[in-house]
Design a protein around this ligand. Structure first.
Ligand code: BGC
Length: 720
C-alpha cells in the first residue's frame, strides 16, 4: 500500500517535469496533434459525424432493437467509423480494407466487442473475480483476455464494468466487483492496467471502455434499465469512486449508462458527463453511449424528437453513438440549421481520431490482424493456467460443518445436479466467444473419482444453481433462491441423512437461508469459466484451500434487500437477537445478512489478536498505524484477507457504521503467525461534508480489523 502511494506520488511529481523537459514526448505529442488537425481540416461534416457512429455488425449479440445491417456502403462513404461485434481476423480485415483503401480519406475503423472476463479462454465472472481480493491477479486475467481479443483483431473492449451494486435482484451484479467502492476502485484500476498495458499501440493491448457511467447498479428495485434515484452525496461517496479510479488509471473511453440519474438520462446528463467526468476529473478520451441509448431518450420522455435527443447528448459531452444511428442521421441537419455548434462535432471527432492514433491504427491499420499471433495467444497454456488459478481463488466456502470438506479419495461420493454437465453455464453472462464444447464438464472431471449413487454414498455433492441466462443484462429476479426443482432435489438428498455438500453456481448472491440450515457444507463456486471442473475438483478434494471472500453481503431473503456493510446507523439502531420494538428492524428477520461482506471460510482457522494503535491522536499531516497479529491455528496452509474498517463517530452528515479502508491478503502455514500493519492517514477519513466539500472532520474514529464486516470490536483514535 505504502509503496503504491509512494509510486503515485513519484509519478505525479515527475510527470510535469517529463512533459516540460522531455523533447521526445513534446515532439510526439506535436506530431500527433499536427496529424489530427490536418486530417480534421480535410474532413467533410458528414465524415466527421461518421467517426462518431458505431454500428453492430450483422450476426452477433444485439442487445437492443437495431439489428446490424450491411455496413460496407457506410464504411466506404465515411459514414461509419467504428464497428461493434465483428468477429474473426479475415472479416475484420475485409472491413478495414474498405475503410482504408476505398473511403475518401482512408481513416481506419475501430472494432469493439464485449470481452469482459475472457475472450476464448473464459475467466470467472467479474463478481467471482472480485472475491479473490487480488487486484494484481485480476489485472493479469484482464490482460490475458484483452490479449486474446487483440489477437483476434479487436481494438476496443467494453471492460471494465465497475458499477457498484447492492441489489442481487439486478442480474448485472454478476459483471461488477460487488458492493464496496474502495475494493471496487482498486479492481477498476487494475482492469484498466491489464487491458491497456503501458502502450495502446502495442498490438497486444486494446482500448478499455469504462462502463456504465454512472450509477447503473443503483437501478430501482433491482430492475434493469430502471431509474436511479439517490442524492449527490451518496452518488459521489459510494458510486463514483470506481469510475474515477479507472479514469485516473488512464482508461481510453467511457460508456454512459442506460439509466436516468436524477431524472436525466446519463447519455445527455451534463452534470455527469460534462461537469464531473470531463471538468472535475479531466477525462480527455472518448465518451460513447450504450446500445441505442440516444433513441431511448424519447422513451424516457426527455426529448420530443431524435434530433433533440442527439443535440442534448452531444452537448452533454457524449461523443459516440452506439447503434442508435441518431448522430449520423441528425447531426448534419442540426449543424446546418445552426442548432448545434460545429465545434462540438470537431471536438468529439478529434477525440475519436486521437484514440485511433493512440491505437497505432494510422500507422498500420492491420496491426491487430495476424493469424500466427492469434494461434499462439488464444487458448495459450498460460491463459488456461491463469483461468484455473483465478477460478480456485474466487470460490468462497460459506459453510463447512464437521469438516465434511475436503473430501477424501477413499470416500464414496454421489455427484448430482443439473450444473454437473452444463458447461455453457460455467462461463456465465457476457462470456466473450467462449466455446462450451471445449470445456470439460464437472461430471467428466469427477468420473475417475469414487462415484456412486446417493444411496450408496458416504457423502453427496449437489452442484446446483443458475444457468448463465439467469444473470447478466436483462436477467433480473424477484426470487433469488435456487430454482424450485433444484431445491427439492437438495431436500431429498439431505433427507437421506448423509453429509451433503452444496456447490452453488450462480451469477449473483442468492438467498441460501434454507440451504444453510440443511446442507453440511456450502461452496459458492459462482461461474468459474473455462477451468471450472479442475478448479472445483482441486478444492473439493483439498489440493487447494478455499480463499475467496465475499464482496457482496448475502441477504437472508429478498425482503432484506438492500443489505450492505456501510449502512447508516439510524436514530433507533437495532441489536440482532434482541426483540426490541420501535427500533430499526423487521419483525420476522434480523438485520445482519446471512453471510456478511468479506466473509469466507478456509480448511484452516485463523485467530486474530486485538488491534493496537501506534497512538490515539493524529493530526492532519500525521498517521496512525493499526496493528494486528493473525495466526493460522489449523492443520493446513491457507490464505486470509485481513480487513481494515473505519467508523467516523460524528460528522456534519451521518457516517456509515463501517467502511472498508484497507486489506491485506496473507498466506500462513499451520502454526505460523504474521503481524499486519495498516497505516491510517487523514486522506482516508475524507467524505462529502454537509456543504458538499470533500474533506475530513476532526473528532473520534473507530478502527476495526478482522476477517469480515461483521466485526464490531474496535479501538478509538481522535483526529485533532
Ligand atoms: C450493454 C453494454 C454492452 C453493449 C454492447 C449493452 O446492452 O449494456 O454493457 O457493452 O450492450 O454490447
Amino acid at each position: 500500500m505504502k509503496r503504491f502511494s509512494i509510486c503515485i506520488l513519484a509519478c505525479a511529481l515527475t510527470l510535469p517535469l517529463i512533459t516540460a523537459f522531455s523533447p521526445a514526448l513534446d515532439e510526439s505529442e506535436t506530431k500527433k496533434s499536427q496529424f489530427i488537425e490536418e486530417l480534421l481540416s480535410k474532413m467533410t461534416l458528414e465524415e466527421k459525424i461518421g467517426q462518431l457512429n458505431l454500428i453492430s455488425s450483422p450476426g452477433d449479440v444485439v442487445t437492443g432493437p437495431k439489428k446490424g445491417e450491411d455496413l460496407t456502403n457506410d464504411i466506404r462513404s465515411g459514414r461509419l467509423g467504428n464497428v461493434l461485434n465483428a468477429i474473426g481476423i479475415d472479416y475484420i480485415r475485409s472491413l478495414q480494407r474498405i475503410a482504408v483503401e476505398e473511403s475518401r480519406l482512408g481513416i481506419p475503423l475501430t472494432f469493439a466487442f464485449d470481452e469482459i472476463h475472457g475472450y476464448r479462454t473464459t475467466f470467472p465472472i467479474p463478481l467471482a473475480e472480485s472475491c479473490t481480493w487480488d487486484p494484481e491477479l485480476i489485472s493479469r486475467c484482464a490482460q490475458a483476455g484483452a490479449q486474446e481479443a487483440a489477437a483476434d483483431g479487436l481494438t476496443l473492449t467494453y471492460n471494465p464494468m465497475v458499477d457498484i451494486a447492492l441489489d442481487p435482484r439486478w442480474g448485472r451484479i454478476s459483471e461488477g466487483a460487488g458492493e464496496d467502492p474502495y475494493l471496487g476502485s482498486l479492481i477498476a484500476a487494475a482492469r484498466v492496467r491489464g487491458v491497456q498495458g503501458e502502450d495502446l499501440s502495442d498490438p497486444l493491448t486494446i482500448a478499455a471502455c469504462l462502463k456504465h457511467y454512472a450509477a447503473y447498479g443503483g437501478a430501482e428495485g433491482g430492475r434493469d434499465y430502471a431509474a436511479v434515484e439517490m442524492g449527490e452525496r451518496r452518488l459521489r461517496e459510494h458510486y463514483l469512486p470506481p469510475y474515477k479510479a479507472a479514469v485516473e488509471a488512464g482508461v481510453a473511453s467511457v460508456m454512459t449508462s442506460f439509466n436516468l440519474y436524477d431524472g436525466i438520462p446519463a447519455t445527455m446528463n451534463k452534470f455527469l458527463v460534462d461537469q464531473v467526468l470531463r471538468t472535475e476529473w479531466g477525462f480527455k478520451g472518448v465518451v460513447m453511449t450504450d446500445y441505442g441509448s440516444i433513441g431511448e431518450i424519447l422513451e424516457h420522455g426527455c426529448a420530443e424528437t431524435i434530433a433533440e435527443a442527439s443535440r442534448l447528448s452531444l452537448e452533454a459531452g457524449t461523443d459516440m453513438d452506439m447503434c442508435s444511428g441518431a448522430y449520423i442521421q441528425e447531426l448534419k441537419g442540426l449543424v446546418e440549421s445552426g442548432a448545434v455548434d460545429v465545434k462540438l462535432i470537431d471536438d468529439a471527432c478529434r477525440r475519436v481520431l486521437q484514440l485511433k492514433y493512440d491505437l497505432g491504427l494510422f500507422e498500420d491499420p492491420y496491426r491487430y490482424l495476424n493469424h500466427k499471433r492469434a494461434e499462439k495467444i488464444i487458448y495459450s497454456k498460460e491463459n488456461i493456467a491463469l483461468s484455473k488459478l483465478e477460478a480456485v481463488k474466487s470460490m468462497v466456502l460459506l459453510k463447512n460443518d464437521s469438516e465434511v470438506l475436503p473430501l477424501k479419495k477413499s470416500e464414496k461420493i454421489a455427484l448430482i445436479g443439473p450444473r454437473c454437465e452444463d458447461t455453457r453455464s460455467y462461463c456465465g453472462a457476457w462470456a466473450g466467444k467462449c466455446e462450451p464444447n471445449r470445456i470439460q464438464s464437472i461430471a467428466d472431471r469427477f468420473a475417475k473419482a469414487n462415484i456412486v449413487s446417493p444411496e450408496e454414498a458416504d457423502k453427496i455433492v449437489c452442484v446446483l444453481g443458475e444457468t448463465h441466462r439467469m444473470s447478466g443484462e436483462a436477467a433480473c429476479l424477484t426470487d433469488i433462491r435456487i430454482p424450485a426443482d433444484q431445491r427439492e432435489l437438495l431436500e431429498k438428498m439431505c433427507a437421506l441423512g448423509k453429509p451433503v455438500v452444496l456447490v452453488v453456481m450462480a451469477g449473483r448472491p442468492l438467498d441460501l437461508t434454507r440451504e444453510s440450515e440443511i446442507a453440511s457444507s456450502i461452496l459458492m463456486a459462482w461461474q468459474p469459466g473455462f477451468k471450472t471442473a479442475d478448479a472445483l475438483y482441486d478444492i473439493l478434494y483439498g489440493a487447494e484451500n478455499p480463499s475467496g471472500r465475499l464482496t457482496t453481503s448475502f441477504p437472508r431473503n429478498v425482503g432484506q434487500i438492500p443489505v450492505y456493510h456501510y449502512m447508516l446507523n439510524t436514530g433507533r439502531p437495532a441489536t440482532d437477537g434482541k426483540n426490541e420494538r420501535y427500533t430499526s428492524r423487521y419483525l420476522d428477520c434480523w438485520n445482519a445478512p446471512l453471510y456478511p461482506f468479506g466473509y469466507g471460510l478456509s480448511y484452516t482457522q485463523f485467530e486474530y489478536s486485538d488491534v493496537t494503535l501506534s497512538g490515539t491522536e493524529m493530526d492532519a499531516n500525521g498517521s496512525i498505524t493499526a496493528t494486528v497479529t493473525v495466526r493460522n491455528t489449523g492443520k493446513v496452509a491457507g490464505d486470509e484477507v485481513v480487513q481494515l474498517y473505519l467508523r467516523d463517530m460524528v460528522g456534519s452528515v451521518s457516517r456509515p457504521v463501517k467502511q472498508l479502508k484497507g486489506f491485506e491478503k496473507i498466506s500462513l502455514k499451520p502454526g505460523e503467525s504474521q503481524t499486519v500493519d495498516f497505516e491510517i492517514n487523514e486522506e482516508m477519513l475524507r467524505f462529502w461534508r454537509a456543504d458538499m466539500t470533500y474533506g475530513s472532520e476532526k473528532g473520534e474514529f473507530v478502527v476495526m480489523v478482522g476477517p469480515n464486516a461483521s466485526i464490531t470490536k474496535g479501538v478509538n483514535f481522535w483526529l485533532k
